[in-house]
Design a protein around this ligand. Structure first.
Ligand SMILES: NC(=O)c1ccc[n+]([C@@H]2O[C@H](COP(=O)([O-])OP(=O)(O)OC[C@H]3O[C@@H](n4cnc5c(N)ncnc54)[C@H](O)[C@@H]3O)[C@@H](O)[C@H]2O)c1
Length: 282
């Protein structure tokens, strides 16, 4: 699916965490394929997260790029942990664009803490965004989709939603939780024509990975680690010898699961992880 068609014409797609990174790539792919967009981002940093998050300028740039493709966009600063804010956004989408057909619960943060000295701020920030935020996105969008008898929900987990590494208790708890929650929602919503599926990315080339904080975590043996020091370590997470995938590699899977034709695919997890899933149990 490399050539943009018009398969989402007449559809409205909501993407959380769309100021930059994978969220922006997903949003622009929907716009290129004919959808109008509803996008949000918290546009502020989080105390437990050791790298800068998206900004108001980033979100405005995503909105500008969507408009430049000739599509409508509602863009708001909203934290996915804030359920009333998401419900207000969906209500606005229903009033102005006719309702949300596709929802991608993409917003996420990464932060590490050892269990022997677990920072409360890390737990709160990671679980609030990566688990509660995904729940809130589903809970805000599902009622309208169920009423209209059509919906495609894609949630974002991680290869760390199916395996675990040291220092990632909060991230793993949230990302494993996304899978269980999504499967439960899928079974509930199946009779209403609403699918719920999960993508589980490997290392993706976004600011979540390309930041000094992660470099120091990955290479604590070096004073000033660089990307060249970190890339060989990250590559070990994958079976295919590549350190990071392009965000659009994940977008391809999101587009497939969001497509009208994916009617009978629900409750599954699609790993886009250069073969990391080949090392986990079924
Ligand atoms: N980059 C990777 O290697 C990788 C791997 C596996 C899974 N993921 C997941 O992919 C998703 C996208 O991450 P990315 O790689 O694009 O990272 P990113 O940091 O580039 O983008 C994430 C965006 O989400 C926004 N955001 C964070 N918390 C939010 C909240 N509570 N409400 C609204 N917006 C919020 C940030 O401001 C940022 O703009 C996340 O769920 C992440 O956990 C990423």
């Amino acid at each position: 699916m490399t050539t943009a068609g018009n398969e989402f014409a007449g559809r409205v797609a909501l993407v959380t965490g769309a100021a930059r990174g994978q969220g922006r790539t997903h949003a622009l792919a929907f716009a290129e394929r004919g959808a109008d967009l509803v996008i949000c981002d918290r546009c502020s940093d989080a105390p437990g997260v050791g790298y800068p998050l998206g900004t108001e300028e980033d979100l405005a740039e995503t909105a500008r790029l969507i408009r430049a493709l000739g599509r409508k966009v509602i863009a708001v600063t909203a934290d996915t942990a804030d359920r009333p804010a998401l419900e207000a956004l969906v209500a606005r989408a229903e009033a102005e664009l006719g309702g949300v057909d596709v929802a991608v619960a993409n917003a996420g943060v990464s932060a590490m803490s050892l269990i022997t000295d677990h920072d409360q701020a890390v737990w709160d920030d990671v679980v609030d965004t990566n688990l509660k935020g995904v729940f809130n996105t589903i809970a805000a969008c599902a009622p309208g989709m169920a009423r209209r008898g059509y919906g495609r929900i894609v949630t974002v987990s991680s290869m760390l939603g199916r395996t675990a590494v040291p220092g990632q208790a909060a991230y793993c708890a949230a990302k494993w939780g996304v899978i269980g929650m999504s499967k439960s929602a899928a079974s509930e919503l199946a009779p209403q024509g609403v699918t719920v599926n999960v993508v589980a990315p490997g290392n993706i080339d976004t600011p979540m990975v390309r930041n000094d904080n992660l470099y120091r975590v990955v290479r604590p043996d070096l004073d000033e680690p660089t990307w060249d020091d970190v890339a060989p370590v990250l590559q070990q997470n994958h079976a295919v010898p590549i350190a990071v995938l392009d965000p659009f590699d994940v977008t391809r899977a999101v587009l497939f699961l969001a497509d009208e034709a994916s009617t009978y695919i629900t409750g599954i997890v699609v790993p886009v992880d250069a073969g990391a899933a080949s090392r986990t149990s079924a």
